[in-house]
Design a protein around this ligand. Structure first.
Ligand code: B12
Ligand code: SF4
Length: 669
C-alpha cells in the first residue's frame, strides 16, 4: 500500500474574515514572539487535518500539511507534484475553501474536501471532486479505495464512529511554534438537546471517549515536541457523561504525573458542573487538580422563558441562579469562565436587552461570546422556523457577524441587529469590561502551573500592550489589578506575577473585542433594510394580506393547493394552503391559550384540539387564504400529519409555557 501515490497536500484555508470572536486577530498581534514567517501566531492548529495526516501517511510517499493562516507562501508552488489535495475547514472558511479548491483544480489535482463546512447545500459541490460530510473516519477507506479504482463517489456522508477509529493526531505535521495553544479531542458527541445546536446532529448524541492509550500518546508526543503551553480539549461537552468525565480527569492527572507536567487546559461543558450532586462536586475538585485554567460554558441567556423555549434544561436546574453557579465554578475549580451567549430567542424582546447586558456585567466573566441566534442546518430550530415561514436565508455560521437568518418574534431584523450592537457595546465598554476583569482576578486561581514563556517574550508582549491603541485604558486599570494581586499574593511571588499576566492577557483581548465591536458598528451603518425587515414576526402576522396567488390553477379549492400570500410589508409566505393557515395560527394561539387558561401539561388530544381551534380561527378571520376550499380536512391533517412531527407535544407545551410566563410578567407589573 505504501507509496501507492506520490504526494498528498492537506490545506487549511484562510478564514474569510478576521471579524470573528475567536480569531483574536488584534490580541494575537501583540503576542510575542511571532511565527516562523514573522506573522502573528494563530490560536490553535487544525486538529481534524492533524488526524487525517497520520491516517494518510501510509498511502503516499509524502504528505504535507499547510495552514494558510500561518504560512504566507504561494499555495500554487506547494501543490506542485501533489496527486490529491485534501482541504478541510469550517463554514467561516468557505470563501477560502472555494478559492483553494479552484486553484488546485486548475493545477490538475484531485480535490477532496471535508470538515464542518460541508453540508448537502455546499457550493463546493460544483468544484471539488469529492466531499465528505461530518466524521470522516467511517468513509475515508471507501474514498481511498474509490480513488484507486476510479469509482470514488462525489459525496460521502460520514457518521459517528467507534472511538477506537477516531483519527489520531500527529502533531509533528506542523511547526507548533506557530500556535499559542494546542488542541486535543478526548470525547465527541453531546446528549443534550438544545434546539439551536447542530452538534448532536453532526457528532451524535452518544458520548464517545477516545481510548486512553491514544490520549496518552498525544500528550506524550506533545511533550516530546517540547510543548509546554495550554491545551484546548475541544470536546463538545466534556461532562456529557459525568462518570466517564471523572475517569478522564483521573487519567489526565496520572498522565500529567508521568510526563512530569500538568499542562494548563481548558474545555467546553455545561452548567451541570455546578449542580449540587456528589459527582459534580468531585468533578469540580478534579478540574482544579488537573490544571484546567478556564472553560467555556453555554450560558446562552438569563431569560428563563428563552431557556425553556430552546430546551436548555441544564441551565434551569437547582436552586442557584446562573450567576451564583458561575461563581461557584470559579471558587471550586479555581478556573476562569468563558461564556457563550445568544440573543434573539422568541422570548427575547427589546426590553430583555438591558437585562442581558446587566446580567453579563454582574458576573465575574470578562470574555463573553455573544451571537445573534441563527438557524443552522439539521437543527430543530431550523425545522421549526421553516415550518413557520420565518427562515429567510442560510446562516454564515459566523455567529459574530451580527446577522440573523430568520424573522425574530418580537422585534424586526433591523432591530435585532441594532440590539446586538447595543449588547456588544454594553459589555465591551471599558468600565464594564474591566469591572468584570477585576472580579475575575479576585477569584482566579493563582497557583496553576504554566511554564513555557520566557521573561523576555512576556516583556515584549507587555510593552506592545502598554504602548498600543488602548494603552490609556490599560494604564488606568493596571493599579487596580496590582492592588488585587497584592492583596492576594506577595508582590515578589510567582502567583502575583501570574495574576498580573492574566490582567495583561485580558487587556490584549479587550483590544480585539473593542475593535471588532466598532467594525460591526461600521458595517451596520451601511446595511440597507427592506421594509419587511422592519417588522417583527408578531407584527407581520397581524398585517393585512394584499395578495394571495394560487401557484397552479387546477387545484383551486383544495387545502393542499400551493399558494403564496403577500403581506402589506412585502413579505411573502409560500406553501400549501393548510400550511399557510398553520403559519398564521400562531397569531391566534396566544389568545386561545389565555382565554381558555390552557396549561402546559396538556395531553396530546388536547394539543390537537387546540391546534385545530387556532387554524379554524385563521380560516374565519383570514378567509382570503382559504378561498372556497373545504375545511373539513383540517382536523384530519392536524391528527395525521402535524401531531406526528417529532417533539410535537413538547414544542406546543413549551410555547404555552412561554405564553404563560409572558402573561405572568404582564400581570406582575
Ligand atoms: C476547536 C474549534 C475551534 C477553534 C479552531 C481551531 C482552528 N484550527 O482554527 C477555535 C476556538 C479558534 C474556533 C473558532 C471558531 N469557530 Co469553532 N469549533 C471548534 C470545535 C469546538 C472543535 C473542532 C475540532 O477540532 N474538532 C475535532 C476534529 C477532530 O474534528 P473536525 O475538525 O470536525 O474534523 C473531523 C471531520 O470534520 C473531518 N475533517 C475535517 N477536515 C477534513 C478534511 C478532509 C479533506 C476530510 C476528508 C475530512 C475532514 O475529519 C475529522 C474526523 O472526523 C468545533 C465544534 C465541533 N465539535 O466541531 C467548533 C466549530 C467548528 N466552530 C464553529 C464556529 C462557528 C467558529 C467561529 C466562527 C466562532 C466565532 N464566531 O468566532 C470561529 C472562527 C475561527 C476564526 N479563526 O475566526 C462552528 C462551525 C459551524 C460550521 N458549520 O462550520 C463549530 C462546528 C461549532 C458549532 N457547532 O457552532 N473553533
Ligand atoms: S449547545 Fe452544548 S449542551 Fe447544547 S446540544 Fe450543543 S453541545 Fe450540547
Amino acid at each position: 500500500m505504501k507509496g501507492h501515490w506520490r504526494k498528498a497536500v492537506l490545506v487549511y484555508p484562510k478564514f474569510d474574515t478576521a471579524d470573528t470572536f475567536w480569531s483574536y486577530e488584534s490580541s494575537l498581534k501583540m503576542y510575542s514572539p511571532s511565527n516562523e514567517f514573522g506573522l502573528p501566531k494563530r490560536l490553535l492548529p487544525p486538529l481534524g487535518l492533524l488526524g487525517l495526516y497520520r491516517y494518510l501517511k501510509p498511502y503516499y510517499d509524502a504528505v504535507v500539511l499547510i495552514d494558510r493562516n500561518v504560512d504566507p507562501r504561494a499555495l500554487a508552488e506547494q501543490l506542485h507534484g501533489g496527486d490529491h489535495v485534501y482541504l478541510g475547514g469550517m463554514a467561516a472558511q468557505e470563501k477560502g475553501l472555494l478559492a483553494d479548491a479552484t486553484l488546485a483544480k486548475k493545477q490538475g489535482c484531485v480535490v477532496i474536501v471535508g470538515g464542518t463546512a460541508i453540508s448537502k447545500q455546499s457550493p463546493l459541490k460544483g468544484i471539488a471532486d469529492h466531499l465528505i460530510e461530518n466524521e470522516a473516519e467511517a468513509v475515508i477507506g471507501e474514498l481511498l479505495a474509490g480513488l484507486r479504482d476510479g469509482r470514488a463517489k462525489s459525496y460521502y456522508q460520514g457518521s459517528p464512529v467507534e472511538p477506537e477509529n477516531f483519527f489520531k493526531p500527529d502533531y509533528s505535521a506542523l511547526n507548533l511554534d506557530n500556535y499559542v495553544h494546542m488542541a486535543m479531542q478526548i470525547s465527541r458527541g453531546c446528549p443534550e438537546k438544545c434546539e439551536f445546536c447542530d452538534i448532536p446532529a453532526r457528532f451524535g448524541k452518544s458520548f464517545r471517549v477516545t481510548p486512553l492509550q491514544d490520549t496518552e500518546a498525544s500528550f506524550k508526543q506533545l511533550a516530546e515536541l517540547g510543548w509546554t503551553g495550554p491545551v484546548f480539549i475541544v470536546d463538545d461537552n466534556f461532562i456529557g457523561n459525568p462518570r466517564r468525565a471523572l475517569e478522564t480527569l483521573k487519567n489526565l492527572y496520572a498522565m500529567g504525573e508521568s510526563i512530569g507536567v500538568h499542562l494548563p487546559k481548558y474545555t467546553e461543558l455545561t452548567l451541570r458542573i455546578a449542580d449540587q450532586t456528589p459527582i459534580m462536586a468531585e468533578l469540580r475538585s478534579w478540574f482544579r487538580k488537573t490544571n484546567f485554567t478556564t472553560s467555556f460554558y453555554g450560558v446562552e441567556t438569563p431569560n428563563k422563558a428563552a431557556l425553556e423555549e430552546t430546551d436548555k434544561q441544564q441551565n434551569l436546574r437547582g436552586d442557584l441562579t446562573i450567576t451564583q453557579k458561575l461563581r461557584l465554578i470559579s471558587e471550586q475549580t479555581g478556573s476562569g469562565v468563558l461564556m457563550g451567549m445568544i440573543f434573539g430567542f422568541d422570548s427575547d424582546s427589546d426590553e430583555t436587552v438591558d437585562e442581558f447586558i446587566t446580567f453579563i456585567n454582574e458576573t465575574h466573566v470578562p470574555i463573553v461570546m455573544v451571537g445573534l441566534l441563527n438557524a443552522l442546518p439539521e437543527t430543530k430550530l431550523m425545522a421549526r422556523l421553516l415550518k413557520d415561514g420565518r427562515l429567510i436565508q442560510s446562516s454564515s455560521c459566523n455567529n459574530s457577524d451580527g446577522v440573523i437568518n430568520f424573522i425574530p418574534m418580537t422585534f424586526s431584523i433591523q432591530q435585532a441587529e441594532t440590539n446586538y450592537l447595543r449588547i456588544l457595546r454594553g459589555i465591551y465598554e471599558p468600565e464594564a469590561y474591566f469591572q468584570r476583569v477585576m472580579a475575575h482576578l479576585e477569584l482566579f486561581t493563582s497557583d496553576y502551573v504554566h511554564k513555557g514563556r520566557s521573561r523576555l517574550e512576556n516583556g515584549v508582549t507587555v510593552v506592545k500592550i502598554l504602548t498600543g491603541q488602548h494603552r490609556r485604558v490599560f494604564w488606568r486599570y493596571l493599579p487596580v489589578a496590582h492592588q488585587i494581586a497584592r492583596k492576594r499574593q506577595a508582590s515578589d511571588s510567582a502567583s502575583y506575577a501570574r495574576l498580573i499576566a492574566e490582567f495583561f492577557s485580558l487587556c490584549a483581548q479587550y483590544s480585539h473585542f473593542s475593535i471588532q465591536t466598532e467594525n460591526l458598528a461600521k458595517q451596520l451603518e451601511q446595511r440597507h433594510y427592506e421594509s419587511w425587515q422592519q417588522f417583527s414576526w408578531q407584527e407581520m402576522l397581524g398585517l393585512p394580506i394584499i395578495a394571495v396567488v394560487l401557484e397552479k390553477q387546477d387545484s383551486q379549492s383544495e387545502l393542499s393547493a400551493q399558494i403564496t400570500v403577500e403581506l402589506a410589508s412585502g413579505y411573502k409566505v409560500s406553501g400549501t394552503r393548510i400550511d399557510v393557515l398553520r403559519v398564521f395560527s400562531m397569531f391566534y394561539l396566544e389568545s386561545i391559550v389565555i382565554d381558555n387558561k390552557i396549561e402546559p401539561s396538556l395531553t396530546l388530544p388536547e394539543a390537537i384540539d387546540l391546534e385545530i381551534k387556532a387554524v379554524l380561527q385563521v380560516a374565519d378571520n383570514r378567509s382570503e387564504i382559504v378561498g372556497d376550499s373545504d375545511l373539513s380536512a383540517v382536523a384530519t391533517r392536524v391528527r395525521e400529519v402535524w401531531a406526528k412531527e417529532p417533539g410535537y407535544l413538547q414544542q406546543l407545551r413549551r410555547i404555552i409555557k412561554g405564553i404563560q410566563e409572558k402573561v405572568g410578567e404582564f400581570t406582575d407589573h
